[in-house]
Structures are given as structure tokens and as C-alpha cells.
Ligand binder design. Structure first.
Ligand SMILES: C[S@@+](CC[C@H](N)C(=O)[O-])C[C@H]1O[C@@H](n2cnc3c(N)ncnc32)[C@H](O)[C@@H]1O
Length: 413
């Protein structure tokens, strides 16, 4: 049914929210203050026409905006966009009864996303590369993406050709592309492994220089140079298809906030523990000042960190432990020797580990998370265990989406 609606706010996924006959209706791409015509079904409204336009509405920078499932907020001007994202975090903490003044959003610009997960599919001899269409599993082939670093965006055609060599007709696969200092690191999963005959052709792509490594179904098919990311005297080695903070600028912002939250190192500082350490994004930087224990569940990521440790200069010892921190969190007696803890869990958060940390005597804790709701839940657990929340900083790691990265610092004693 077509309704005339007045949008009063933005919901947590960035949709415009209106009251309609006492019920809430969510209208994607509508902004607060706008009067719109929308086709309403249940609590969803499909925007048909803007009758009164918000002064905060701006021209989306990408031609695929609205049809691509990736971005939801390119139509909102910068200042209200930043306020919306900060407020998402503020509300998440308030919902847990935590009074804190969340800092302004740290902005991360466009053309900075260095890791992207594409869908690739092959129909007959035609291969297409892109993202899922909005609210659909259908592929939208993309020609541009202003999120991506130029090293990836300018090679969308080459990447699509490469996928065409690897995947079979009628097949669909996932292609993870990471821009590193030595070239693109590409992992293709979910497609048939290429036959031996294709390896020569793939090798030619590698020889062109832009492709550092190609991994298919977990098997390294071709490598011209080890993919690496230099950080001064230290070096990070991404694991094929594995986790990496989405942009270099946000990674640095998170690392700086972690450093600030951990505090100064004395001449004989106690060690620091990095929980959910991944490839050592924080461990390697912390090891410039402290001995570090890095704990992580994925063996491939620890292997990459081990390599980093061996090829980095001027760092203290990093001890590595593989451990499932959901099932087997570090307990208070184990945490006793440490000056500080960093935890950076997946979206589900670190409930079991936070319950242990709450009972510990560790002086400083820094939580990093891509999910404000689970971080706020874990913060509540720490606060109930006697910690003070000293700082909450949102970082716009996921530009134009409704996701936001958050760093929270805690102290005890
Ligand atoms: C958000 S990533 C952070 C990685 C790292 N801190 C970084 O900045 O690159 C979360 C990490 O938690 C790890 N992880 C997920 N579930 C885990 C579990 N149950 N126990 C231990 N580690 C886990 C993942 O493998 C991943 O490396």
C-alpha cells in the first residue's frame, strides 16, 4: 500500500524511520525530516518518491549505490553521517546502563579499503565479478567501487579474467582480494580447483607483476612475491583469505588507541597479552615496548605471526598460543603476570573471556570490536567486576555502511 510518511530518525541499519498508524516503518534511503511516498508492507517501506527533501541529502559518489548490497549511507552529508555513527555507539552503551561520553567518530576516507570479498560467477564463457545485490543473493557486476584502494579498483577487469580461468562454467565462488605492498593477494574459494594445464596461464598473470599470490581452495597455486605489509622495522604477513583490518588508516588508528589505553612501558615492564591476536596487528606494535603473549584460535594466522616475528627488527619476544577463547578463556591466575590485556574478538564478542577478566587484577584492558552491541555487553561485565571505563572511541573502518569499529579502554585499581 502506498503511504505518505514523515521520517523522524535513522534506525540502527541506517534506514529512515517513520510512524505509520502507531507502528514503525523502516524506509531505506529516506532521511530524517523528509516527507516521502513509500510502498509499505509490514514494517518495510520501499521509497517511491521524495516529496520534501532533507538539506542533509547529498549526491552518492558511486553509480551502484542503491542496487549494490554494500553501502547504505552514501546519500547522507558528512556531519550528520558522523553524528549517526557516533550515536550508534553511544546508544549501545546506554542500553547496557553505561554512562560514557563517546568520542567523535574518527573518519577514514574513501579509496582506502585494502581487503575486499567479491562474488565471482561464470555463465558460459562470461565471468562476472561483484557484490550481492541489495537484499538478494543475485550478483551485481561492479565497474567501480569508491571504497576500494586504486590497486584493487583499477584491476576489477583483470581479477574477473583471473576468476574466469579458475572457476568452472555455471559455478560461483568467493574471491578475497588483499592489496599488499608487494602486489595483490588473491584467494578463491568455493569453486573447482583448476586443472594442472591452467597453472601455466595462471603463472603468466603472476608474472605480470600485479599479482603477488594466488590461493585456490586453500592451496597456494602461484606466488611471485610473499604478500607483506611493512610497518617501519616490522612486517605483517597476511594469511591467504584470512582476517586483516579493512584499511591501513583504521588499523593505525586502532593501534594508536590500543597503545594509549595500555599506557607507558617502564624499564622492566611486565608483559602484555593480546587476545584474538590474528596475524599480530597489535602484538607486533606492542612488542616494540613490551614482551607479548599472543593468543589466537586459527593456526594459519599464528603461523603468519611467527614469520613476522622472525623477519622483524627491534621487537621484544612474542610468545604464541593457539587456544579457543570462547571455550577456554584465560583465567584470573593465568592473567596475573600481565600488565595489560588487549582483546579484539569477532562480532560475537568475548563474553566468556570478559567474565574471567572481570575477576582478574590486570590494571588496564583495551577492547577492540566491530560490534558496538557485544562490546557494550562485555564492557558491562568488566564494569560490574570493578573496572572503570575511561574512553570509548568509534573509528569509521566501514565507510558508508551502518557498521562501526570501536575501541574501549578500562582501568582497575
Ligand atoms: C576481529 S579479528 C582480530 C584479529 C587481530 N586482532 C587483528 O587486528 O588483525 C578476530 C580474531 O579472533 C579469532 N578468533 C575467532 N574466534 C576465536 C576463538 N573462539 N578463540 C580464539 N580466537 C578466535 C579470529 O581467528 C580472528 O583472528
Amino acid at each position: 500500500m502506498r503511504h505518505r510518511l514523515t521520517i523522524t530518525s535513522l534506525g540502527h541499519e541506517g534506514d529512515g524511520v517513520a510512524e505509520d498508524g502507531g507502528a514503525k516503518v523502516f524506509v531505506p534511503f529516506a532521511l530524517p525530516g523528509e516527507v516521502v511516498e513509500a510502498d509499505v508492507a509490514g514494517e518495510r517501506g520501499h521509497l517511491v518518491k521524495i516529496l520534501e527533501r532533507s538539506p542533509d541529502r547529498t549526491e552518492p559518489p558511486c553509480r551502484h549505490f542503491g542496487t549494490c548490497g554494500g553501502c547504505t549511507l552514501q546519500h547522507l552529508a558528512e556531519a550528520p553521517y558522523r553524528a549517526f555513527k557516533r550515536d550508534l555507539v553511544q546508544r549501545a552503551f546506554e542500553q547496557r546502563g553505561i554512562a560514557v561520553e563517546v568520542e567523535p567518530l574518527l573518519a577514514i576516507g574513501p579509496h582506502s579499503r585494502r581487503r575486499a570479498v567479491f562474488t565471482v560467477e561464470k555463465e558460459g564463457d562470461t565471468t562476472r565479478l561483484g557484490f550481492n545485490r541489495r537484499e538478494s543473493h543475485d550478483l551485481l557486476a561492479i565497474e567501480e567501487c569508491p571504497l576500494l584502494v586504486p590497486a584493487i579498483e583499477t584491476r576489477l577487469g583483470r581479477l574477473s579474467q583471473l576468476a574466469g580461468l579458475v572457476i568452472g562454467r555455471g559455478k560461483r565462488a568467493r574471491m578475497t582480494v588483499t592489496a599488499t605492498d608487494t602486489g595483490l593477494d588473491v584467494a578463491i574459494d568455493g569453486a573447482a580447483t583448476p586443472g594442472r594445464a591452467l597453472y601455466d596461464i595462471l603463472g603468466r598473470h603472476v608474472a605480470e607483476g600485479w599479482l603477488a599470490r594466488l590461493t585456490v581452495e586453500g592451496t597456494e597455486v602461484a606466488t611471485s612475491r610473499q604478500p607483506e605489509l611493512r610497518l617501519g622495522d616490522t612486517v605483517l604477513y597476511p594469511a591467504a583469505g584470512g582476517f586483516l583490518q579493512a584499511t591501513a588508516a583504521s588499523e593505525q588508528a586502532l593501534a594508536d588507541l590500543v597503545d594509549a589505553g595500555i599506557g607507558k612501558a617502564g624499564p622492566r615492564s611486565a608483559p602484555v597479552v593480546d587476545l584474538f591476536a590474528g596475524i599480530g596487528t597489535f602484538s607486533l606494535r606492542l612488542a616494540r615496548r613490551f614482551p607479548v603473549l599472543a593468543v589466537e584460535g586459527d593456526a594459519a594466522l599464528l603461523k603468519a605471526l611467527d614469520r613476522s616475528m622472525r623477519f622483524s627488527k627491534g621487537i621484544r619476544t612474542i610468545t604464541m598460543r593457539r587456544r579457543d577463547l570462547f571455550l577456554n578463556p584465560m583465567a584470573p591466575p593465568e592473567l596475573k603476570p600481565f600488565k595489560a590485556v588487549v582483546f579484539d574478538p569477532p562480532r560475537a564478542g568475548a563474553k566468556a573471556q570478559s567474565e574471567m577478566l572481570a575477576k582478574s587484577t590486570v590494571q588496564r584492558i583495551v577492547g577492540v570490536s566491530c560490534n558496538a552491541a557485544t562490546l557494550a555487553r562485555d564492557a558491562r561485565i568488566l564494569i560490574d567486576g570493578g573496572y572503570r571505563l575511561t574512553r570509548v572511541t568509534p573509528v569509521d573502518q566501514f565507510l558508508w555502511s551502518s557498521h562501526v569499529e570501536v575501541v574501549a579502554a578500562f582501568e582497575k585499581g
